[in-house]
Design a protein around this ligand. Structure first.
Ligand SMILES: Nc1ncnc2c1ncn2[C@@H]1O[C@H](COP(=O)(O)OP(=O)(O)OP(=O)(O)O)[C@@H](O)[C@H]1O
Length: 356
């Protein structure tokens, strides 16, 4: 990895019997937008607050540019922080809120005024400098919290579900803005969310946590296209799971038996011949054809219309119910419940998962 700004080594955090973090190793690159993604209780906030200095690790270290900062208090780490619920100081104006970290650092009035104006412009809140927090909408308050966190030029910005209190449309707008701000400033962002779409749309890299452990990490596309485990395949997007037996190796993949029928699965490193394996198959990789074609016969059991996509459950005798997702504009077959269909997919649509 190019220049590492933060290194977390063998981080353990125990609360009684609970392992909130269980031997986490993670390097964060300078300027990276890194997202910690996982279900509730997976350890995301614990990891973020350990980096911030609010949580003392039971074991392990946090280093910043090669210096061990494990026992340094939060204020000495100098990281910017934005947490959910936009905790602005209610008795201070927007400008005073943004200027507060600079005041604490003993900056001059002129310097504070100039930087506050700059930061408020950055988040398009210049017009609101004299307002009180309670006179702002949720999205505006979160913008001010962001300006405040950036005002003192922190090397790292820590964000814990900063958009979770906002409605879907506003959240989507602010996701674009945050991403643009990250690109403009080049500051390292560590972002916590349990929202997979948010993680996929903003991050350079996603770290998936479960039970206090890193399950997998990688660029959004790499993780989505090549999940290693059932958990990742189902947490990041949706998947069908199929059980196959590897019958033989072929160039670039394996010949397999799927419920008594031969299929080929592309893989750079397929499991050994004879192995029973589990594969993930994304719903959008399954093509729907008319009844009687080559493929897996089935019958549409349920249709859920989602606007630009429709999600179908197709009952098959061979493989049980399969989830199929298709763009609604591609309406060669109008998917109605009860319709008999044939399902097909390409050899590179299935991904071998690690044995559990
Ligand atoms: N102060 C605490 N005392 C006891 N247990 C804690 C404490 N903080 C966290 N935990 C436990 O540690 C585990 C990880 O919690 P953490 O808050 O890091 O998860 P999370 O992934 O951020 O979850 P969420 O998305 O719900 O915020 C959970 O099982 C939680 O109950």
């Amino acid at each position: 990895m190019t220049d590492v700004i933060l290194s977390i080594r063998d981080a353990v955090k125990r609360y009684g019997e609970t392992h909130a973090l269980d031997r986490v190793d993670l390097d964060v690159a300078e300027g990276e937008f890194l997202t910690l993604l996982g279900p509730s209780g997976s350890g995301k906030t614990t990891l973020l607050t350990a980096v911030a200095g609010f949580t003392q690790l039971t074991a392990g270290t946090v280093s910043m540019r090669g210096t061990d900062i494990t026992s340094l208090p939060p204020e000495k780490r100098g990281f910017g922080m934005v947490f959910q619920g936009y905790a602005l100081f209610p008795t201070m104006t927007v400008a005073q809120n943004v200027g507060f970290p600079l005041k604490v650092r003993g900056k001059s009035k002129a310097e504070i005024a100039a930087r506050v104006a700059e930061c408020l412009d950055l988040v398009q809140m210049g017009r609101f400098a004299d307002r009180m927090p309670q006179q702002l909408s949720g999205g505006q308050q979160q913008r001010v919290a962001l300006a405040r966190a950036l005002s003192f030029h922190p090397p790292v910005l820590l964000l814990d579900e900063p958009l979770s209190a906002l409605d879907k449309k506003l959240r989507a707008d602010l996701q674009w803005e945050l991403k643009a701000l990250h690109e403009k400033l080049g500051v390292t962002f560590i972002y916590v969310t349990h929202d997979q779409e948010e993680a996929l749309s903003m991050s350079d890299r996603i770290v998936i946590l479960e039970g206090g452990r890193i399950q997998q990490e990688g660029a959004p596309e790499a993780l989505y296209d090549a999940p290693r485990t059932d958990f990742v395949a189902n947490f990041l997007g949706k998947s069908n799971f199929l059980d196959v037996t590897v019958a033989g190796h072929v160039p670039g993949g394996a010949a397999c038996d799927l419920a008594g029928h031969p299929i080929e699965i592309a893989s750079p490193a397929p499991p050994p011949v004879g192995a029973a394996a589990r594969v993930a198959l994304r719903p959008e990789r399954i093509a729907l054809g008319p009844e009687g074609g080559e493929g897996v016969p089935g019958r549409i059991a349920q249709v859920s219309y989602l606007g630009e996509r429709a999600q179908l459950i197709v009952d098959t005798e061979r493989l049980g119910p399969l989830l199929v997702s298709r763009p609604t504009w591609k309406a060669a077959i109008h998917p109605d419940a009860g319709l008999p269909v044939t399902l097909r997919w390409e050899r590179d649509a299935c991904v071998f998962l690690e044995a559990r």
